[in-house]
Design a protein around this ligand. Structure first.
Ligand code: BEZ
Ligand code: MG
Length: 574
């Protein structure tokens, strides 16, 4: 092939890749503003929410994914095909029709929306009726909520009607809000649907690692949270079971109390050694599940299988041989805080800038989280026994760390908990394994499972939220609190520098350009909340000082100026 043709093909591919990435950012659902207690969602935000709800199959409501209906009626997709595999321009065509249909639905109602789709996309009204009936119900329930009334009734000590706790997109029956959120029966997780869904996630995760490293990871560290496993009915737990290669077994009362091995033939790959750090909330809410996870580890450690197909057994046997220890000491994999304790404190240390080297953060994580839970080989319950050495040993083998993200409402930079957990465990691995682990997140927000590296996720979150005018203008409508939210996002982003050095220079540069070097924006922020602006400048200077941001001296000079002016303002010496 002539060289110019090759160059052209290469260029076309790069343009297409870029286009795919832009589409990914554009289509990412983000909260555009804070929830105001007692106020229902409206307008564009409501249309966006409905669109996302409508893009999943809901057999329980007799509704098919609207994107699939449109793509099939336009003969772009065969029934049973995957929407994600469509060409970019076809996907865009479908999305734009769906977007318009949602606007029509919100403005005029289901009849007009059904007629529009029939007219423009050949979707027979009978086929879209199910999804619009669901949207009508959701839309009605979104119009009101009982938040204020319920709060007042709760303060009076009255009964508050219970309702399921979940993400609106995953489970629209959480509406109306303002009910007493209830968790789930811990014996019911993982649900069969969650276990089936999680196979795809675990496989994709292993595929991605294998593509990047040429082999399966022998050992992975997982973070499991309580609320996430409530919302998904156990996705995090199910993913851990799949990685180990076991399936949950229900007893006569339909409670998940046992596990059984999936045969190596069926699994078609080795069993992965999994180190689980569970939050204090998970430990408290899911006591039977903690036992189940520990049971799964011990079961796999006992399977008489070749070591290259059962990495957990391999590691346990190696440790027993090297240290002449008991299996009870070598097979500890479920760790949490000491009883009654919560959190890693890594976030507090980062936020207060009170740390010298990254090792301090990883060590703090282990100090807080090195308490073992489960049952020993004599059947005695282990309820938060200090097991620092066991955790150090287990983390020293880890090649990849991972956490499941399951909601559009809260992502990597919205709260400091993701970096305190996933960042904290990754930092602990880095020192103990003497190598940085690969860090992954899954995205079960989209219908098609996506595994992203930490760096990719930080880029996406920064583009879709922190640096996105739609997001920050939404925040700024909340005045003082909005500026604090912007500062929070930047500090949480910084948390990913501190724990994993996963933030590109351009992200800090764009933050500086957008919020501090633009005079008009700076003035707006400063008049709303000078305290948060001061913290924001300090955080950027800290990012530079600690070597995470290679900034131009001229930019730093201007930031120092801004900082001095703010200090004068805050001291009232303007
Ligand atoms: C949890 O649900 O387990 C959790 C929630 C917030 C922070 C950390 C953990
Ligand atoms: Mg850097």
């Amino acid at each position: 092939m002539p060289e110019s043709k090759l160059n052209r093909d290469g260029r076309d591919k790069r343009v297409l890749d870029l286009y795919e990435q832009l589409l990914e950012i554009e289509q990412r659902l983000i909260p555009t503003g804070l929830h105001v207690f007692g106020r229902p969602s409206q307008g564009d935000e409501k249309a966006d929410l409905l669109r996302l709800i409508a893009s999943f199959d809901r057999p329980e409501s007799g509704a098919r994914a609207i994107t699939d209906l449109v793509a099939e009626s336009l003969e772009l997709l065969q029934r049973g095909g995957s929407f994600a595999d469509l060409a970019v321009n076809d996907r865009e065509r479908v999305d734009s029709l769906v977007h318009e249909a949602m606007q029509i639905f919100v403005a005029t109602g289901e009849d007009a929306a059904e007629i529009f789709l029939d007219d423009k996309a050949n979707v027979p009204r009978g086929e879209s009726a199910g999804v619009f009936a669901l949207l009508k119900d959701v839309s009605e329930k979104l119009k009101t909520n009982n938040e204020l009334e319920s709060l007042v009734r709760a303060l009076r000590g009255e009964f508050i009607e219970p309702g399921p706790g979940a993400d609106l997109v995953q489970n629209p029956s959480i509406l109306p809000t303002g009910r007493n959120t209830h968790a789930i029966n811990p014996y019911s997780i993982p649900s069969p649907a969650s276990f089936a869904r999680s196979k795809v996630v675990a496989d994709s995760l292993l595929d991605r690692f294998r593509k990047e490293h040429g082999a399966y990871p022998q050992s992975m560290a997982l973070v499991l949270w309580g609320l996430d496993n409530i919302k998904t009915q156990g996705d995090g737990v199910a993913q851990a079971l799949w990685l180990l290669g076991v399936r949950p077994v229900r007893d006569a009362l339909n409670r998940v109390t046992q596990v059984e091995p999936i045969s190596l033939a069926e699994l078609g790959r080795p069993r992965i050694d999994v180190v689980m750090t569970i939050s204090g909330i998970f430990r408290d809410l899911f006591s039977p599940t903690v036992q189940l996870l520990d049971k799964a580890v011990r079961l796999v450690a006992h399977l008489d299988e070749p070591h290259d197909l059962n990495y957990l057994r391999k590691h346990v046997m190696e440790q027993i041989a090297a240290e002449h220890c008991e299996l009870d000491d070598a097979a500890v994999r479920v760790f949490s805080n000491a009883p009654g304790n919560y959190g890693t404190n890594v976030n507090f240390m980062v936020m207060d800038s009170q740390w010298e080297s990254g090792d301090t953060l990883g060590d703090l994580f282990v100090v807080r989280k090195c308490f073992a839970y489960g049952r020993d080989s004599k059947g005695r319950t282990i309820e938060g026994r200090e097991a620092r050495r066991a955790m150090d040993r287990a983390l020293a083998r880890v090649q990849a760390t991972y956490q499941n993200i399951d909601t559009f409402e809260i992502g990597l930079t919205d709260v400091d908990h993701y970096f305190e957990y996933l960042g904290g465990v990754s930092k602990a691995v880095e020192k103990r394994a003497e190598a940085k682990p690969a860090i992954y997140l899954s995205d079960s927000l989209s219908r098609d499972v996506k595994i992203r590296s930490l760096e990719e996720t930080v880029r996406l979150e920064s583009r879709a939220k922190t640096l996105n005018p739609k997001w920050y203008e939404g925040m700024l409508k909340h005045g003082f609190r909005g500026v604090a939210e912007i500062e929070n996002h930047v500090s949480n982003t910084f948390g990913w520098s501190a724990t994993a050095d996963a933030v590109d220079d351009w992200i800090y540069s764009e933050v500086a350009t957008t919020f501090l070097l633009d005079e008009a924006m700076l003035e707006r922020l400063r008049s709303l909340n000078p305290h948060s602006v001061h913290s924001l400048v300090q955080r950027l200077l800290e990012a530079n000082g600690r070597g995470y941001w290679d900034a131009d001296e001229s930019v730093l000079e201007r930031l120092r100026d801004v900082s001095r002016n703010l200090e004068d303002q805050l001291e009232g010496v303007v």
